[in-house]
Design a protein. Structure first.
Length: 271
């Protein structure tokens, strides 16, 4: 569904002489970041979105990185900017991804966009968080008044997702690595969303039978990608569950593209 929406929007923009373009920024030679960039490129090119790359040496200074991001931000060719992580130790420490102009922050990671979520305003939502909402909406799983447990409190998933759920009138409980008796919370959830990056942290005994489980985790175990939920044992017990791979990650890529097209509408289409 999302892919068809993306293709139609791209077609419409191209008919106006507007060619949606993403700039991917990479620092250093992280193989994980490169693999992610290639997966983004593959899908974006498939749907007609241009992708440009800017690669910087790991030794780049904070000042120079800021200058480069500003130049990219001012370039009218680029409608959105994706800063791959991890960055260098210095850039991560200084939260250098915050240099991305908020109007081209298609990942929704700048403080301005995150702050707008708190205020309940329209903005670029973090892609994985929005992907979870898209999934639940597609399958007509109501959120209003539901007991939702989010396991994980990262700035990219757990925290913003919890706010998006609250904005949809869900009753949200946030759990994390310091939560005592995690089972007490997960067992009573109507919707359980797990995003901690620990394989099989959620086991069969921790879920109820009528629960909806959304697994956001991505881990490598014995050379295979697995989620945070013990999928094979849990799937037969619960009402619904997302697989890893092939679940939220697929939707996240589409949401990233939709955010880029939202940036095109904001920056190119003057109404």
């Amino acid at each position: 569904k999302l892919e068809n929406i993306i293709k139609e929007k791209v077609k419409s923009f191209r008919s106006l002489g507007i060619f949606p373009t993403l700039c991917v920024v990479k620092v250093g030679d992280s193989s994980e970041a490169e693999a992610y960039a290639r997966s983004i490129e593959k899908f974006f090119l498939k749907v007609g979105i241009n992708v440009d790359r800017k690669n910087f040496d790991k030794s780049i200074s904070l000042k120079k990185f800021n200058e480069e991001i500003n130049l990219i931000g001012e370039d009218r060719r680029f409608h959105g900017i994706l800063v791959l992580r991890p960055l260098s130790e210095e850039l991560e420490k200084k939260k250098a991804f915050q240099f991305v102009p908020p109007n081209k922050d298609i990942e929704g990671i700048t403080y301005e966009n995150l702050g707008k979520i708190v205020a309940g305003e329209e903005c670029f939502y973090p892609c994985t968080s929005q992907a979870v909402i898209e999934l639940l909406d597609f399958y007509n799983i109501p959120l209003e008044g539901r007991e939702v447990v989010v396991v994980g409190r990262s700035i990219s998933v757990g925290k913003p997702l919890s706010l998006l759920l609250i904005n949809r009138n869900a009753t949200v409980t946030i759990c994390h690595s310091k939560t005592r008796d995690l089972l007490k919370y997960t067992k009573n959830a109507e919707i359980l969303i797990v995003a901690v990056g620990k394989p099989s942290i959620i086991t069969q005994d921790m879920v109820g039978e009528n629960i909806v489980v959304v697994d956001v985790g991505t881990n490598i175990v014995d050379g295979k990608i697995v989620g945070d939920v013990d999928f094979e044992r849990v799937k037969g017990k619960v009402k619904a569950i997302t697989p890893v791979p092939g679940g939220i990650g697929v939707i996240t890529t589409r949401v990233l593209a939709l955010n880029l097209l939202k940036a095109v509408e904001r920056n190119e289409i003057r109404v």
